[in-house]
Design a protein around this ligand. Structure first.
Ligand SMILES: Cc1cc2nc3c(=O)[nH]c(=O)nc-3n(C[C@H](O)[C@H](O)[C@H](O)COP(=O)(O)OP(=O)(O)OC[C@H]3O[C@@H](n4cnc5c(N)ncnc54)[C@H](O)[C@@H]3O)c2cc1C
Length: 410
């Protein structure tokens, strides 16, 4: 195996490209966006488990230069009362890295630059259209008429993966979680937020999260329950008004932050993919959101995509045949990612309640739920992948799936 075609240059794609260079494979990234950072998305958290993967590539300083550390979470109810907290100030000692918040476009730029520096070409404006597999090679064709051939192809093309549609046409569509996300960046000095602390408010009608950077900028997101994913107002001022209305009975600083935001970003309807029947077919494999998208509630999607990238490279290093490597990869990863997708769904279910009775129960049960959540979060953060090790299936994982459907399929 000498050459890999990587479809998608978001998060999984560049990280995989760099690890493939490390095992001596040539890799080319073909990305649909016309330029490196199309301004998509707002911000995201790279958890300690993801930061440790980037550290393995020597990228810690580059990411630290564009991100802000988070030292804890505070959860509040609609009256602004603290109902629970998670102290993350010891993460560096415990896990070797901290949770970092970063603008998505900055992360894309940093990962793309690092991949190019390490000898991985990245081609923009190349949208995958078709895949042709032979017994000894795979060829990708793009909408602009260009083609790339390799010994294998990895679909890193996100939740709406074309690779997945082409090679696994019967795979289930992503499931709408019932929540739609909006986000923004604001200057709002009067917001009572401590820099580095993630404040999460379970409001009466919607959920609000806010983080203040050391320079005083507020990065926020808002999640509201919706019956359909496409229901939010498109007009920017109508959208802002609808968010303000949903938070009218919540702590007043939330409204001030939304009012101080030059541009409300979104909508991002939140979907996930709990379990695909399989993640690979012949010479093609899916990783990251293409294989197992999660809602952002657990803050793990990007970090899982990075973990996938290192583990797939290890499998390609240790096996001589793509199908065996893909099978080993899927067995090593499936249990962990499906557990986290499920946990993230459960968190989402607490964010939007339909009436005051449900709100009453939720607010009383939340402290217990959040205690379990803190434990699960630490388990997610503690996952450390050592480059020199051979990836193994976790205890209890089923045998290989080379010849058919995964026994874990939902
Ligand atoms: C609102 C929101 C907030 C989030 N917050 C967090 C968070 O705090 N922490 C976290 O860890 N995760 C978060 N996530 C999830 C995280 O963004 C994803 O899990 C992560 O981006 C997955 O990386 P990926 O590389 O698999 O896919 P992506 O980052 O989606 O990259 C896929 C790439 O493929 C390209 N592409 C798509 N189709 C084609 C095609 N046909 N041909 C070529 N290229 C193509 C796309 O342009 C894109 O660049 C959030 C997601 C959302 C929606």
């Amino acid at each position: 195996m000498r050459r890999a075609v990587i479809v998608g240059g978001g998060i999984a794609g560049p990280v995989l490209g760099m690890f493939l260079r490390r095992i001596g494979m040539d890799a080319v990234i073909c990305e649909a966006r016309p330029t490196v950072a199309g301004g998509e998305g707002a911000f995201l958290g790279v958890a300690p488990n993801g930061m440790n993967v980037l550290d393995e590539l020597g990228l810690r300083p580059a990411i630290e230069a564009i991100s802000f550390p988070c030292h804890g979470f505070e959860f509040q109810n609609a009256r602004g009362e603290r109902i629970a907290g998670i102290d993350r100030s010891a993460d560096l000692q415990r896990f070797g890295a901290r949770l970092k918040l970063v603008r998505r476009s900055d992360l894309h730029r940093a990962l793309t630059a690092a991949a190019m520096d390490q000898g991985v070409p990245v081609h923009f404006g190349r949208k995958l259209e078709a895949i042709e597999t032979r017994s000894d090679a795979v060829k990708a064709r793009f909408e602009d008429g260009s083609e790339e051939e390799g010994d294998l192809l990895v679909g890193c093309d996100g939740i709406r993966s074309t690779t997945r549609r082409l090679v696994l046409p019967d795979a289930p569509a992503p499931t709408f979680s019932g929540l739609v996300d909006h986000a923004g960046f604001a200057r709002c000095p009067e917001a009572p937020l401590e820099p580095g602390l993630n404040v999460m408010v379970f409001g009466r009608r919607a959920f609000f999260g806010a983080f203040k950077t050391p320079a005083g900028e507020v990065w926020w997101f808002h999640n509201a329950g919706q019956k359909r994913p496409d229901h939010a107002p498109r007009d920017p001022e109508a959208l802002r008004a609808s968010i303000l209305e949903l938070h009218r009975e919540d702590p007043p600083w939330i409204r001030r932050v939304v009012e101080a935001t030059p541009e409300v970003l979104g909508p991002y309807p939140l979907h996930d993919i709990l379990s695909l029947p399989r993640w690979h077919h012949e010479r093609v494999c899916l990783i990251g959101d293409a294989a197992h998208s999660t809602t952002p509630n657990a803050g793990q999607g990007a970090s899982l995509a990075m973990e996938d990238a290192i583990v797939l490279a290890q499998c390609l290093r240790d096996e001589t045949d793509p199908a065996r490597a893909f099978d080993r990869f899927e067995r090593a990863r499936r249990q962990r990612v499906e557990t986290i997708v499920r946990q993230s769904r459960q968190i989402g279910n607490t964010k939007a309640v339909s009436n005051s009775v449900a709100e009453w129960f939720r607010d009383r049960l939340l402290p217990i739920f959040l205690r379990f959540g803190a434990k699960a979060q630490s388990q997610q953060y503690a996952h450390r992948i050592v480059w020199d090790n051979r990836p193994e299936s976790p205890a209890g994982a089923p045998p290989g799936t080379l010849s058919g459907r995964s026994p874990l399929a939902g």
